[in-house]
Design a protein around this ligand. Structure first.
Ligand code: ATP
Ligand code: MG
Length: 566
């Protein structure tokens, strides 16, 4: 049902990156090619912030008839795993994007990077430093005070080559030596003060195994990987703006032609009531505050998928928020709006009762039933109609009945007539209670002349309720989700751990829900609107005995309304 292609979308808004690309094309740079890449580090699952970057990078390739690569930035073997590599590919595909045959890894370039490091040493542009990282960082100075040169800075090329080869052979312990670029310890840009380009790490790499004892730093690997892949626009988040001179410096050392990749920075996505750093998300998973990376409360792409968000709604959200140079915070209800807006157009309607109250239609024959016609999606006539069974015993929502209704309550009450959607007008004739005074059942009569829910004589009712036939109903579990955090910026408090803001009521499980038989045909991830209640989807945890549904979003933004009343 979900449309996974990007072709049906409205034209994308023009952003400042598009304007810079237009300018490059006008100047005929890089033979007028446009080639971007999405470069995740495989150290966690992708989140909604990554989705923004994916939509931006693949979106640019599409707009300019260019290409976008998927490249794993796997330069830190201690945190990276194959599980992440696989989940990332699945998520990018699910979002509707295709890297074709251009799947790369920074580790593909470990040999070339090593050769390039040797080249820098031979050119006198890199040296081995025997100092530990603490000493090196103490010598770095401050933005207003120049750094101090390392006593090892002026080693001979021969000595540097010899030491680097011995580092590579695994002769030294981790931390004993590093290779640094020899740039400028007095540069006003701290990143230019002889940055470390290789470190000793004796860790197993998910792709290169135990081959390497030295690994390139991110800054050293990234721009060169761009260069070797022929990337024209290397789009990254704002914190890399200050790294740009270093990015350019490395590319200058490689430069053999007019071709050159250009780094452009944009503001990362931050969402209210959400933490987005992979370190924090990993902590939630590892310490079991949530049930895995794909817990429907997680802001991960896999969590949103399981929750019932659609690729189209995430792409539309990404389009709506645009791309800027200013860090800000986007209201998470805008994302929920995008989801609701797409599901409204596409989701199959069904009736389901989450908090059941039994109703007996006393004038309906026993052991009989009939099928009534219901509309599958009023927004899309092509989705057609279905049959819904009706019989003497039904369930309605407990909230839809009040024994002593206040003035503004128009739903069912003793003596009152309401419409059962697609079925009949019914009137409540009797309330049955248990010994504790709890209402356990209602008796109603129906008007056979109101079949289909149409008034037989022009008389009006003030409410239309959803219902299910008790003997036909599919008993199900329904999981209701609320925000995982109750603070607008859970990660933004000094001295308070973000986990202190976790919402204790973020998951509520209802295990006696009754749904119309149509849902029996569901496959995992199928979307529904449960009429009057919200959007739901079928969960992988379902068994033939007990189908499980997740609430994707309520029908209306009731949460925002509740907050504004506070
Ligand atoms: P985190 O800080 O969550 O660990 P990261 O930037 O280290 O994220 P990477 O795997 O390196 O994660 O990110 C891959 C790409 O996604 C990068 O180009 C990065 O700029 C982009 N990206 C990461 N987080 C966001 C975000 N919140 N908004 C937009 N783009 C993002
Ligand atoms: Mg990163």
């Amino acid at each position: 049902m979900a449309d996974n292609s990007v072709t049906k979308e409205q034209p994308k808004k023009v952003n400042f990156i598009h304007l810079q690309i237009d300018e490059d094309l006008k100047l005929g740079k890089n033979d007028s090619r446009v080639h971007t890449r999405f470069p995740p580090e495989p150290n966690g699952y992708l989140h909604i912030g990554h989705a923004k970057s994916i939509c931006l990078n693949f979106g640019i390739a599409k707009k300019y008839d260019g290409k976008c690569n998927l490249r794993f930035d796997d330069t830190n073997p201690s945190k990276e795993e194959t599980e992440y590599v696989e989940s990332i590919q699945k998520d990018v595909r699910w979002l509707g994007f295709d890297w074709e045959d251009r799947l790369f890894y920074a580790s593909d370039y470990f040999d070339k990077l090593h050769e390039f490091a040797v080249q820098l040493i031979e050119e006198g542009k890199a040296y081995v430093d025997d100092q530990n990282s603490e000493v090196i960082s103490n010598q770095k100075g401050t933005p207003t005070r120049p750094g101090m040169e390392s006593p090892f800075r002026n080693r001979s090329v021969e000595e540097n080559l010899d030491l680097f080869m011995r580092m590579t052979a695994g002769e030294f312990d981790e931390g004993a030596k590093v290779l640094r670029a020899k740039i400028n310890m007095a540069s006003p840009n701290m990143h230019m003060r002889d940055p470390i380009i290789y470190r000793i790490m004796k860790a197993h790499h998910h792709r290169t195994g135990d081959k390497w004892k030295v690994y390139p730093m991110y800054d050293f690997a990234h721009g060169q990987s761009d260069y070797w892949e022929g990337i024209t626009h290397s789009i990254c988040t704002l914190e890399f703006e200050v790294h740009r001179p270093l990015y350019d410096w490395f590319v200058d050392q490689l430069q053999e032609s007019d071709y050159r990749p250009r780094q452009i920075e944009f503001a990362r996505l931050n969402l209210t009531y959400t933490v987005m750093s992979k370190r924090k998300l990993l902590e939630l998973v590892k310490d079991k505050h949530v049930n895995g990376w794909d817990d429907p409360r997680m802001p991960t792409i896999s969590g949103f998928r399981r929750r019932g968000y659609t690729p189209e709604s995430i792409r539309n959200f990404s389009d709506r928020i645009g791309v800027t140079k200013v860090d800000g915070m986007i209201d998470v209800s805008l994302l929920e709006y995008s989801v609701r807006e797409h599901l409204n157009r596409t989701a199959q309607r069904v009736m389901g009762v989450l908090n059941p109250l039994k109703v007996v239609i006393t004038n309906y024959p026993e052991n009989e039933s009939e099928e009534l016609e219901a509309i599958n999606n009023p927004e899309d006539p092509e989705m057609g109609t279905r049959k819904v069974p009706f019989s003497r015993e039904l369930y309605i929502e407990r909230d839809d009945f009040m024994e002593e209704p206040p003035r503004k309550f128009f739903r069912l009450a003793p003596g009152r007539e309401v419409r059962l959607r697609y079925a009949y007008f019914v009137t409540c004739t009797k309330v049955i209670k248990d010994e504790d005074g709890e209402i356990v059942e209602l008796h109603c009569t129906y008007d056979p002349a109101s079949k289909g829910g149409n008034s037989p004589d022009g008389r009006k009712v003030k409410a239309t309720l959803h219902w299910v036939s008790a003997i036909h109903a599919v008993k199900s579990e329904v999981r209701l989700y609320d925000r995982l955090f109750s603070d607008e910026d859970p990660g933004g408090h000094k001295d308070v751990d973000f986990k202190d803001f976790m919402n204790p009521d973020s998951l509520k499980v209802l295990n006696e829900c009754y749904l119309e038989p149509f849902v029996r045909k569901s496959k995992p991830l199928d979307h529904f609107q449960f009429e009057r209640l919200g959007y739901f989807n079928f969960d992988y945890d379902s068994t033939p005995e007990l189908p499980v549904f997740n609430r994707t979003v309520p029908l209306r933004d009731s949460w925002a309304r509740a907050q504004s009343k506070k």
